[in-house]
Design a protein around this ligand. Structure first.
Ligand code: MN
Length: 159
């Protein structure tokens, strides 16, 4: 079920320095080795067989990025730290602390941190979810036809 092998129902977890939490493990972002990404960590904050959703904290290091992907499940994202940009569908948005991002089913999406600071965000997902799909060469070519998206994918987004 979801990301957890064991159920831990600790009532209170103290926040530690730098967006860490007592007893929450820092995990690799992805197990899928086909996926292209850079400098990103994952912490699963809430995951329980009795809940339909999971809440994770991701942190993209300066200049890093998440995988460009799409899937049937949705993401509900709250930016907690730093700044960056995201691609959602055909749009590039600049991101700042406390912004909200909704990724609807089968929408291409990717998050990128600005060069000077990390981008940290909460991401709520279904506990039971489909595997992300990666773009084909044709998908990337179609996305790159928009100059703003090409600049984003080259990590040169305009402000
Ligand atoms: Mn995703």
């Amino acid at each position: 079920m979801g990301d957890t092998a064991t159920v831990d129902r600790t009532a209170h977890r103290k926040a530690a320095k730098d967006f860490r939490w007592d007893g929450v493990e820092m995990r690799p972002y992805k197990e899928d080795e086909r996926a292209l990404y850079k400098a990103i960590t994952r912490q699963v904050l809430f995951s329980d067989p009795n809940m339909a959703g999971e809440l994770r904290y991701f942190e993209v290091a300066p200049g890093g990025f998440s995988t460009l992907e799409r899937h049937e499940h949705m993401h509900a994202v709250l930016i907690l730290r730093g700044s960056g940009h995201c691609l959602v569908g055909d749009e590039i948005k600049s991101l700042g602390t406390n912004d909200l991002v909704t990724v609807t089913p089968m929408t291409w999406h990717q998050f990128r941190a600005t060069k000077g600071e990390p981008l940290g965000f909460l991401c709520m997902v279904n506990a039971e979810r489909d595997k992300p799909q990666l773009p084909s060469a044709e998908d990337v070519a179609r996305l790159r036809k928009a100059p703003a998206i090409a600049a984003f994918l080259d990590n040169k987004p305009k402000a």
